[in-house]
Design a protein around this ligand. Structure first.
Ligand SMILES: C[S@@+](CC[C@H](N)C(=O)[O-])C[C@H]1O[C@@H](n2cnc3c(N)ncnc32)[C@H](O)[C@@H]1O
Length: 250
């Protein structure tokens, strides 16, 4: 997936998208694999949100919101949606596309700014890319942003155990991934979260080029995703959406 490429040689993921705001959405749309994953992330998020108790969810924040891709999907289910990102260029695009959402320019992992407490937080396409220090500080920040019992919806699109990456590795192409589901679960628990559910995406994609044969209105991808969305497939799937609850302050 394309969002793995930082635009500088820095190893701090904070700097990865500082000037990517203009191209991010276009790149996602033009790469078949990214477009496919986006489509199924949106479908699964709608499925999850429709089943949460909406009386308990009013305020929402999307951490590392980028151009508002996920913020805008979840905003339909809440009273007040907010996004926060370190990249002003990503936020510029987000504000143009979604004027009713409140986008905040900040690095809350380094600034102690108090922006309140929320019922729901999300963070997508972030943890698989971030370095260990940033994963820790982001989860500490998200814990601080959430009320006790609040929901955290996130994803892991960079697990080294996805079948497609295993096959690539066996053929000599190592993606350098490290965020297994076991490690992500340990990190979430260490930061006061308990996983409630998972929905796997793209288990069946053993070669990214298979996607060239899946068209927008294909019935086959719907059948395959409905068979393989169960959480038992998630450790080996290209992407997994994780729903967690904040169970304790840290
Ligand atoms: C791959 S993009 C994902 C954007 C969006 N969540 C999505 O799924 O399309 C990763 C985002 O993380 C942001 N980011 C990195 N470090 C951050 C930090 N410390 N605080 C807020 N945003 C951060 C980057 O600026 C970038 O917009």
């Amino acid at each position: 997936m394309q969002d793995k490429e930082p635009d500088t040689v820095s190893t701090d993921y904070r700097e990865s998208h500082l000037s990517k705001g203009k191209d991010y959405d276009g790149n996602l749309r033009s790469a078949p694999l990214d477009a496919y994953i986006h489509k199924w992330e949106e479908k699964n998020i709608n499925h999850i949100m429709a089943r949460l108790d909406r009386n308990k969810i009013s305020s929402y924040i999307d951490f590392a919101c980028g151009t508002g891709r996920i913020t805008s999907i979840i905003s339909k289910y809440v009273d007040k949606a907010n996004g926060v990102d370190i990249s002003e260029s990503m936020l510029e695009t987000a504000r143009e596309k979604h004027p009713s959402i409140n986008f905040i320019h900040a690095d809350l992992t380094q600034e102690g700014t108090d922006i309140g407490k929320f019922d729901l937080a999300s963070s997508f396409r972030f943890f698989g890319n971030a370095q260990p220090e940033l994963r820790d500080s982001a989860l500490t920040t998200i814990n601080r942003l959430l009320k006790k019992g609040g929901y955290f919806i996130t994803n892991n699109h960079r697990t080294p155990n996805a079948l497609v990456y295993k096959i690539q590795k066996a053929r000599g192409s190592d993606q350098g991934l490290d965020l297994t589901h076991k490690l992500f679960k340990e990190l979430l628990e260490k930061h006061g979260f308990a996983i409630e559910s998972k929905r796997a995406i793209g288990f069946w994609i053993l070669r990214p080029k298979w996607l060239d044969n899946v068209t927008e209105d294909s019935r086959y991808d719907a059948i395959l995703e409905s068979i393989f969305h169960h959480r038992i497939f998630s450790p080996f799937s290209l992407d997994t959406i994780i729903v967690a609850r904040k169970v304790s302050d840290i």
